[in-house]
Ligand binder design. Sequence first.
Ligand code: ME8
Length: 647
Amino acid sequence: MSKKFYLTTAIAYTSAKPHIGNTYEAILADSIARFKKKQGYDVFLQTGTDEHGQKIEEKALKAGKSPKEFVDGVAAEIKRLWDMVGVSYDKFIRTTDDYHEKQIQKIFEKLYKQGDIYKGSYEGWYCTPCESFWTESQLVDGKCPDCGRPVKKAQEEAYFFKMSKYADRLMKYYDEHPEFILPLSRKNEMVNNFLKPGLQDLCVSRSSFKWGIPVTFDTKHVVYVWLDALSNYITGIGYDADGNSTAQFDKLWPADLHVIGKDIIRFHTIYWPIFLMALGLPLPKQVYGHGWLLQDGGKMSKSKGNVIYADDLVKFFGRDAVRYYVLTAMPQGSDGLISWESVIEKVNADLANVLGNLVNRTVAMSNKYFGGKVEDKGVAEAVDADLKAVAISACAKAEKYMETYCVSDALEEIFNLFRRANKYIDETAPWVLAKDETKADRLATVLYNLTESIVIGLSLLYPFMPETAEKGAANFGLPLRDFDKLSVFGNFKETKVKETPEILFARLDPKVVMEQVDAMHAERAAKEQKAESTVKESKPMINIEDFEKIQLKVALVTACEKVEKSKKLLKLTLKLGDETRTVVSGIAQHYSPEDLIGKKLVIVANLKPAKLCGIESQGMIVCAENAEGKIAFLSPEKDIEDGSEIF
Ligand code: ME8
């Protein structure tokens, strides 16, 4: 039976559509999962969404939606993006899933009952976006040490987890498992910055907002979002706090690998292992903290319309080009840069010039010289040896790099093979051999060697660029191979290439592509501006009592004139039944007095009088305004007496 390999991504916040940086992580985890599968592991990949917390509650409110409605939308978007870039997940968990919420409540109860969680009160500095409390000494320049944003003083009654109780055991685990945190440099950071100074007890409940999983025995409190989120790694595969976990859980836990970003290593290598110790569960084998993908040439900003999203990139370059770019952008653990220009450059340099060209040329030559047939005629020459050596060692080298998830190095190794094959074409000059009939068998051998090298390379490329590998191999009429078949050269006897091969990557004209990208950004910025102005108008929900406080009435305009010294104001005389009122309104740029005299409109009749340009205004005219600032006053749909109430 093959060995299991359970790996996870971090679960993405559903506060906004994820940019290419978040998407990178899902692509990375997917590549590792596919690589392990090709090595013969029984792989399970879990990903998902982190849907609770104050930030999400606030975002939903701003968007005029309920939190659940809001997260449903973003979670669907995340799933769509993951599917679009080819993430082959086995499980997509949402922290609003019923089974998860139920287990979080049970976990909280269990930890409380056994005394690891206790009730206390907290005063500290709170960072809303990070949902983290900090002590004075932890702040950096008075700001949040994680994100650098301002913090506010806050105090709440809260439940705490006794972190310090487990610190020694955790340190021991680090010592006994030197490979637990990758890259290794991150381990020192955790030990020196957090464990050595002594672990503080961790606040694991919140009562300042509602959007979370309620603590069953004290429903003013919701469970701290990190305890909720981290536990997804066990609830998603069937953990049960009462001891009735599923067979799947027993098979998969402990996780073999958590793939996460560098900013959340502390949560995964300190809090998470300690929660697990408290639950009496084994610890994950490895946590890999990748670097960040940053936008070249300035921060991504919605108002500039220049945030880079995976779906836009896929539209322009295709799924695999995007996967290739992000996977090679970051040498292990460090940050990388992305810009539209650099993606175009890489597509041209590596994918079109090296890989696309190699496949295309080789297929074309087999068609031209042998009617598409490829077979080894056994006429070897010294120059073949190096190509074969590079081809049969590529797998072992890539596997070595992948042991520590050095994905960009593994890809470099694979592309070295493609580069070597291109060089082999120059060295052997098939077009010269073709001119000499006595060299026909040598020419056939050269094309066989090229085809075999390419298929080895494509088989190794599969985990990173699955579609390209499959399409490429299909051009040669050959299947992709499992890794245990890659260390031998000469795995097929003969084949027939496609008459018209599918082009894997064509060269892009940077100028043309950038014009299209700029047009897309301009259009999006305009749309977002418009949407923002509509969202600005969205106000929090009110109840009927709030609405009843406002008295709206129908009024007849009996006189109207411009207010001297003002471009914007009109002075209207209004009749409301027996009553006469003066109202000053800022609609002079939209209506002239003649447009209004004799019209019936709606006013807020119980607004406190206010002086405008020295005239007392006794109410306000109700108007509609669109995104471009066009204005229209409201009138009763059929004639009705002035003074009538609106309800
Ligand atoms: O942190 N480049 O969610 P998240 C690369 N919900 N990776 C990046 C990145 C970038 N520019 N920006 C973010 C959370 N990431 C929590 C996780 S897990 C129990 C809870 C990474 O949506 C980030 O480091 O902010 C994290 O690993 C993942 O994307 C999701 O980030």
